[in-house]
Design a binder for this molecule. Structure first.
Ligand code: GAP
Length: 513
């Protein structure tokens, strides 16, 4: 897939997602609840498919990564050790009269049209003073305040200081405390990864941009543990030569946003990242492009500046996607060193070191952490695949078959016997074969094709009189391809195998013709 992203703005995207049953506002009948969303019938299928695709590629197909599923609420000491209680949050601006609260970096971004990510509190205060910035004519209370992003709750019947707990703001901290147990039970040795997918919660000051910035969202995170003393074998020549667009830290420090093209090898040579970091960047670029279908030109790397690095990070590179709001972070890849394991060792008094065969010594491993939100991932997939096809007269969502909510729709030409029952038989067989199928017998076939195009179903099977009657097409059905609208007739008994091979990209639709 290589085409320009459709100029679907955020409002249009939200409308499309609501209309088709991908995403609704949470509790819409009560006016919604800022920063919270519900996923409808198609949204949950698409999300599940994206998560499964990741799990298949990174857990099932590899023997150096295992999964886990940690609890959302855990011992609050985890968050003290990790530094989140003290430092996780945003810069808060409050207006002098009405006490309106704004996220400082977003305010600067909107007012001055510059990237706010790289700015610290002092720089923002200077910009406010220098440009005499106000909000609705009001001045701000300075200095800028720190606002904790941790969502709190109380556990148990007694409301005491001890009963305070947090909803996790990242899934990563479910992984670090389990590091030794997972390594021992899965018999993993360095280098290896632990990954998990799960909900995360942040008390965002200003949730915005549809599902891009929510208060409840889902993260896919991996901690890849390694010994920095040992050279990696993962960083192949092919990855070393991979060319990517990069927005460098120094460019942002100079207030600019021009990108340069670099190979991953150059980023390593320039000491911006180590080889394992580069390996994961390249691996995810390839995953997003080849397995998911996001086009290369809509992806870029953004290097974090020194002032914006998280408290745990030695180097962070984001993979940005070009949404309708411009390039924005879809994924972060941070080099967390051994910050987290060391902190948990210090606070829990539990040894976090492991024996590394390669150096015959004990080590507290370092980690590279790839981390991305399922909502931002899903948004990118919909942006990328949405086309308002004027010639066809309907929207076409050209998502890859492997992630499409439905893989195939079964459409009897008419409901009545013998066509309807035959179509039902084919539908049941597809479902039995674990192929997500949709049965639709209402409206003209053209309208039914259009409905499937709009929700991304790659193939439609039509059962007509020729399927039943005598003649050369007896015992055959039509498969119609969403992207080309071409059709072929295939034998009924071969249809589920053909659909399976098409979804797995073992055959191309053109091969059938
Ligand atoms: N463990 C590292 C970590 O949490 P992060 O950059 O704060 O790093 C990682 O978050 C990813 O989670 C982001 O790249 C983004 O895809 C997603 N994410 C973060 N905050 C989000 C929010 N408020 N709403 C939706 N997705 C969010």
């Amino acid at each position: 897939m290589s085409k320009e992203v459709q100029k679907l703005n955020l409002e249009e995207l939200a409308t499309f997602c609501k209309k088709k049953g991908f995403v609704f506002q949470a509790a819409e009948i009560y006016g919604g609840f800022a920063g919270f969303f519900d996923f409808g019938p198609l949204g949950v299928e698409l999300k599940n498919n994206l998560k499964q695709l990741y799990w298949r590629e990174f857990v099932h197909k590899r023997d150096d990564i295992v999964g886990q599923d940690g609890s959302i609420i855990t011992n609050p000491k985890v968050w003290e050790a990790s530094g989140h209680v003290a430092t996780f949050g945003d810069m808060l601006l409050t207006t002098k009269d009405t006490k309106t609260k704004l996220r400082a970096d977003h305010f600067i971004e909107d007012e001055l049209n510059i990237a706010g990510d790289a700015l610290g509190p002092k720089e923002i205060e200077d910009l406010i003073v220098k440009n005499n910035l106000k909000y609705n004519g009001e001045d701000f209370e300075l200095p800028i305040q720190f606002f904790s992003g941790m969502l709190q709750t109380q556990i148990g019947a007694d409301v005491t200081k001890q009963s305070k707990a947090y909803l996790r703001p990242e899934t990563a901290q479910s992984i670090f405390p389990n590091f030794k147990s997972v390594a021992e039970t899965s018999r993993q040795t360095l280098p290896f990864g632990i990954t998990q997918i799960g909900k995360a919660y942040r008390n965002e000051i200003s949730p915005r941009d549809f599902v891009f910035r929510c208060r409840e969202f889902e993260q896919i995170e991996m901690e890849y543990f390694f010994n920095p003393e040992v050279e990696t074998e993962l960083f192949t020549k092919e990855l070393e030569e991979l060319k990517v667009q990069v927005l460098l830290a120094e460019t942002q420090d100079n207030g600019k946003s021009d990108m340069v093209e670099k190979t991953l090898g150059q980023l390593v040579e320039e000491n911006r990242i180590n080889q394992i970091h580069a390996y994961w960047l390249g691996t995810f670029f390839n995953f997003f492009n080849k397995s998911v279908g996001l086009s290369w030109e809509n992806l870029r790397i953004r290097e974090h500046t020194k002032t914006e690095l998280s408290h745990y990070s030695q180097a962070t590179m984001d993979i940005d996607y070009k949404y309708s709001m411009g390039y924005k972070e879809m994924m972060g890849l941070a080099y967390r060193g051994n910050y987290d394991l060391s902190k948990h060792q210090e606070y829990s008094k539990t040894k976090m070191e492991v024996f590394d065969e390669a150096t015959k010594s004990k080590v507290i491993p370092h980690v590279i952490e790839p981390s991305f939100g399922v909502e931002r991932f899903m948004m990118a997939v919909i942006y990328e695949s949405y086309t308002d096809d004027k010639e066809r007269g309907n929207v076409v969502l050209s998502v890859k078959p492997s992630i499409a909510p439905y893989k195939v729709a079964v459409l009897p030409l008419v409901k009545k016997d013998p066509i309807g029952p035959k179509a039902k038989e084919i539908y049941d067989e597809l479902i039995d074969e674990d192929i997500q199928a949709f049965y639709d017998e209402s409206g003209s076939v053209g309208k039914r094709y259009a409905r499937q195009d709009e929700i991304g179903t790659p193939y439609c099977i039509t059962i007509d009189y020729e399927t039943i009657e005598e003649g050369e097409n007896k015992g055959t059905v039509t498969i119609r391809d969403r992207d080309s609208t071409n059709q072929v007739r295939v034998k009924v008994e071969e249809v589920s195998q053909i659909i399976r091979n098409l979804i797995r990209e073992k055959i191309k639709f053109e091969d059938l013709q």
